[in-house]
Design a binder for this molecule. Structure first.
Ligand code: HXC
Length: 518
């Protein structure tokens, strides 16, 4: 006895309706004309062919009234399920703007809740594609409650499974807080906006004329607010960024990241690294040149590249080992750590620590950024986030002091006393409380004033101070430096240290949670 044909036909019909989002070809064509994929095309492009296992395709809306009695909202405007990316299982959530603007109703939220709860049980990264008009107005408080569930899931999953958000359309009001609670946000350069209050609300509340380009687009968020980590030219590019990001991450906090370790390390010198430090002490070093020589070929994914450029962070492999790189960039603001750089660095460090990714720190830092705006803006509190993030790390920390290592900023950049496991210094390292010029002005103030030629005396004292402190040997003598190494030895020494530190285990005191200086 075979199943009745009309039952099969009915299922096929329902599937067809759900897969099309109940919209006509004209709507899909209009979307394509804008350069956008549909919600389902995004899922299909992200996951390995044939691997998607959808959950809740037949879910419908729960709107009462508003003429919705005879309306169907396929999947309630969101596609959820499991799929493989490069053979590894991930949880996918893709909001469907073509179904009632992807607005979040109670069933939509229920699907997201179930997908995210399951992600924690299975230990799968969550990829959430946001394309929604926000809380479904017709469902009122039910949709607000739905957002509450989503936010709580984001928090419960934080540090358990990696969470990646794609802002692929409107993302307004409280809805922006789900991406903000996730680990990485990617935003489409065109056709997408993210804000709490839109231009009309801003105008009504403050009288300001604000254009979305100033505060809501990928360009604004990647450079000014720092709310996003990557800008994508289009959906395809966004999905490539997600795939590349996943290639560096473990699926959950119980796993190691996907190292690709070779059996034998290549212990070769890289003579060209000796030339990256400019001979003239006043010419800034370009840290990208160091990173390029330090990491494996084509194994570098920079995070937040256009925000706080004085601090460079990103994922890489060194002799196959996945690492997070945290580096001062002396060619921007002299590499000083300011408020934005602190926030950027601290967040990245905390992510690496949560997901077992060792950190390699490249130090060339003259200090925390001086200035009234910085002090009034809370550089004490923001800078403390860097200290907190590094000091609470249990992952391996390997530090290379390339040039300047001054004052509190030296301590902050994974110095030995903050928790650095291995601290290398190049012969060009200057480890001191501050630069020679500033130090001489303070400690030799009276001698300089009393001298017959104050300028000559000042120069003599600066040179004297520099000779004493502006080198790595005093710090090495005190034991604050593991070893002074040639720049040419850096790659293999760092690779060797990383391998030796793989078995690092730290047992910390039990506590409910610490209090990062937010
Ligand atoms: C119900 C919505 C909707 C919403 C859009 N739609 N947003 N339905 N609730 N929030 C529906 C429209 O009615 C329309 O339905 C379809 O989606 C497409 O919308 P359009 O306006 O035609 O599209 P477009 O011109 O592209 O404009 C998109 C938009 C606009 C910019 C997103 O729709 C808009 O401003 N929506 C409201 C955004 C908003 O203020 N949301 C609330 C945010 S507050 P039909 O049936 O015609 O296809 C919030 C609180 C969260 O989210 C709180 C968390 C704590």
């Amino acid at each position: 006895m075979a199943i009745k044909q009309d039952l099969l036909d009915q299922l096929n019909e329902r599937r067809k309706e759900a897969l099309s989002g109940s919209v006509g070809a004209d709507k899909i064509a209009a979307r394509h004309a804008k350069g956008l994929m549909t919600a389902r095309e995004r899922v299909e492009t992200l996951v390995d062919k044939g691997s998607f296992q959808e959950a809740g395709m037949h879910v419908n809306h729960d709107v009462r009234g508003f003429g919705f009695e005879n309306r169907k909202l396929p999947g309630d405007g969101v596609i959820t399920g499991l799929g493989n990316v490069d053979g590894r299982l991930v949880t996918v959530i893709s909001q469907d703007f073509m179904v009632s603007g992807g607005s979040l109703g109670s069933k939509h939220a229920q699907k997201m809740d179930e997908a995210m709860t399951q992600a924690r049980t299975l230990g799968t990264p969550v990829i959430s594609i946001n394309d929604s008009g926000g809380a479904r107005i017709q469902e009122g408080v039910k949709s607000l409650a739905g957002y509450g569930k989503v936010f709580r899931n984001n928090v419960l999953s934080s540090g358990v499974v990696p969470q990646i958000a794609l802002i692929a359309g409107p993302c307004a009001g409280g809805a922006a807080y789900s991406p903000a609670l996730m680990d990485f946000c990617i935003q489409l350069r065109n056709n997408s906006n993210m804000f709490i209050c839109g231009p009309e609300v801003i105008k009504a509340a403050t009288g300001e004329n604000a254009h979305p380009d100033q505060f809501a687009t990928a360009a604004a968020h990647s450079t000014v607010s720092g709310n996003i980590h990557f800008v994508a030219e289009d959906d395809k590019h966004a999905i490539e960024i997600i795939q590349s990001l996943l290639s560096f991450l473990p699926s959950n906090n119980q796993e190691l990241p996907p190292h690709q370790l070779s059996e034998n390390l290549k212990l070769e010198l890289d003579e060209a690294m000796n030339s990256v430090v400019p001979e003239d002490g006043k010419t800034p070093l370009d840290v990208y040149k160091v990173i390029e020589r330090l990491v494996d070929k084509d194994q570098w994914l920079e995070v937040q590249k256009d925000f706080a450029k004085n601090m460079v962070v990103g994922f890489a492999r060194i002799e196959g080992m996945v690492v997070g790189i945290v580096a001062n960039q002396p060619s921007v603001k002299a590499g000083c750590i300011d408020i934005d750089a602190s926030d950027k660095g601290a967040r990245f460090i905390s992510f690496c620590d949560a997901f077992n990714i060792p950190i390699v720190t490249l130090m060339d830092v003259p200090g925390f950024m001086p200035g009234l705006a910085q002090e009034r803006g809370g550089i004490i509190r923001h800078g403390a986030k860097m200290l907190y993030a590094y000091a609470s790390c249990t992952v391996p920390l390997v530090t290379v002091i390339m040039r300047k290592a001054y004052g509190g900023a030296y301590i902050a950049m994974a110095s030995k006393d903050l928790g650095g496991d291995v601290v290398y210094a190049w012969p060009s390292a200057e480890i001191a409380v501050m630069g020679a010029e500033g130090a001489a002005n303070i400690i030799y103030k009276k001698e300089i004033a009393a001298a017959s030629d104050p300028k000559a005396k000042y120069k003599e004292l600066v040179d004297d101070y520099r000779e004493k402190f502006s080198n790595p040997y005093l710090a090495a003598d005190y034991g604050f430096v593991t070893d002074v190494i040639m720049p040419s030895e850096t790659r293999y020494k760092v690779a060797l240290s990383l391998r030796s530190l793989m078995s690092k285990r730290v047992i910390t005191s039990p506590k409910k949670h610490g209090l990062s200086p937010l």
